[in-house]
Design a protein around this ligand. Structure first.
Ligand SMILES: Cc1ncc(COP(=O)(O)O)c(C=O)c1O
Length: 411
């Protein structure tokens, strides 16, 4: 395949010159006619070499924010054991995991067992927890439940923009997305997002910490922001990376969601728990909101024995979570330092990735690293060809990455 051709096509599709960490406009508005499926189109056009294209010596895959350590050995054992129940629907295990999570988040427990029921909680509960096959499914449900008649979604730019993309991708959608650029220091522009809300706004999405920058929002600031969002607007706080912070439950806004009328928090087992391939996520929020979302989801049929068993075991393995957090911290500090030495502007990261901007296209670097078996994400997914996102790696992988970048960038 001709790499030149790929690069040119990629660059033509990108908005060159957009700053990685901050924009000048109050927001950019994407609507269906101009942006149909735009995020996913970029995602798909990004070349992720197939395993057969890679050099045989230990490819390093640090482009999807997966856990470089794998998952907890206890989760592996539980998943293997669960295969013996592969012929059974896993509804009983769903209730068990949901109750384990309810206990963690100080919510009332479900009666056990509830047989084949897919009820999300006793009907008197005002706030509920629901499980899903990954948090993407929950973002999909919210997008469809609240923008099926059209209306605006507000998200930070760059951020994990799946919810907006799901809404824009629906055929004949009348939904649109307002993207509010991050502040110059890489923090979310919460005031800008509040200003972007109008009477047509249906959903505001915030990642904490943010993907791709990894930057966490100060808790008091986030709470103040969420309290200012009008009650008729659904506020989604995506806490996929919250466990990378030193005190995740003190930084979480789940307690606020449990008192609110409009705040939904999503979580996933794909990141610190290293279970992206087994698909488990959950949402917590007001019953009235979650029930509307449930109408656009498959529900308990999207969960599986192995994923549920692994998630239950992983939740108990706090040692593995502490280890993963430590490895992530060391890796992102080393990657940040290396990038700064090579003249990149690097965002402050508290999570599982490092986001940096160069003054020219980083695509040649991405290609050269791929040739050495090191896969990182280019900023094209966010229409920023001068940016890259590197997921955290093991100590040895980080060393190999840094050595390779030093060699490539010193030429
Ligand atoms: C912020 C954020 N939310 C959600 C997801 C999707 O997670 P899941 O694997 O649970 O669908 C990702 C995946 O990278 C993410 O970065």
């Amino acid at each position: 395949m001709n790499n030149e051709g790929i690069n040119r096509r990629r660059l033509l599709g990108a908005l060159a010159g957009t700053s990685a960490l901050a924009g000048t406009a109050a927001w950019t508005c994407l609507n269906a006619p101009t942006a149909h499926g735009r995020c996913f189109a970029n995602w798909e056009s990004e070349r992720i070499p197939a395993a057969t294209e890679l050099p045989t010596d230990a490819p390093i895959r640090i482009l999807l924010n997966e856990n470089p350590l794998g998952c907890s050995p206890k989760a592996t054992a539980a998943a293997i054991e669960a295969v013996s129940r592969a012929h059974y629907y896993p509804f009983d295990l769903s209730v068990k995991l949901a109750n384990q999570l309810r206990r963690k988040h100080n919510m009332p427990l479900m009666p056990e067992p509830v047989g084949l029921s897919s009820k999300i909680s006793p009907s008197e509960d005002s706030h509920v927890l629901t499980l899903a096959g990954g948090s993407s499914e929950l973002l999909f449900g919210i997008a469809h439940a609240f923008t099926s008649e059209g209306g605006g979604i507000i998200e930070a730019d760059p951020s994990y923009q799946a919810l907006g993309a799901f809404a824009l991708k629906r055929p004949h959608t009348k939904a649109y997305v307002k993207r509010v650029p991050l502040l110059p220091d890489g923090d979310a522009d919460l005031d800008g997002m509040l200003k972007a809300i109008d009477s047509d706004t249906k959903v505001v999405v915030i990642n904490n910490p943010n993907n791709p920058t990894g930057t966490a929002i100060e808790t008091a600031r986030l709470i103040d922001f969420l309290e200012k969002i009008p009650e008729q607007v659904i506020a989604v706080v995506d806490e996929a990376y919250i466990d990378f912070l030193d005190t995740p439950e003190q930084r979480s806004v789940i307690p606020l969601a449990l008192r609110s009328k409009n705040i939904v928090v999503t979580r996933t087992f794909s990141k610190i728990h290293g279970l992206a391939g087994l698909r488990v996520g959950y949402a917590i929020g007001p019953r009235i909101v979650i029930e509307q979302m449930q109408n656009y989801r498959v529900g308990s049929f999207s969960l599986n024995q192995c994923g549920l068993a692994a998630a239950m075991a992983s939740l108990e393995d706090t040692e593995f979570q502490i280890l993963s957090r430590g490895v992530a911290k060391e890796s992102r500090l080393r990657i940040t330092e290396c990038l700064k030495e090579h003249g990149f502007k690097v965002a402050r990261s508290d999570a599982a990735c490092v986001w940096a901007e160069s003054d020219s296209s980083i695509l040649p670097l991405v290609e050269k690293l791929a040739q050495r078996g090191i896969l990182i994400a280019s900023g094209l997914r966010w229409e920023r060809p001068n940016c890259l996102r590197i997921s955290v790696a093991t100590v040895a992988q980080t060393t190999k990455l840094i050595e390779s970048m030093d060699e490539i960038l010193s030429v």
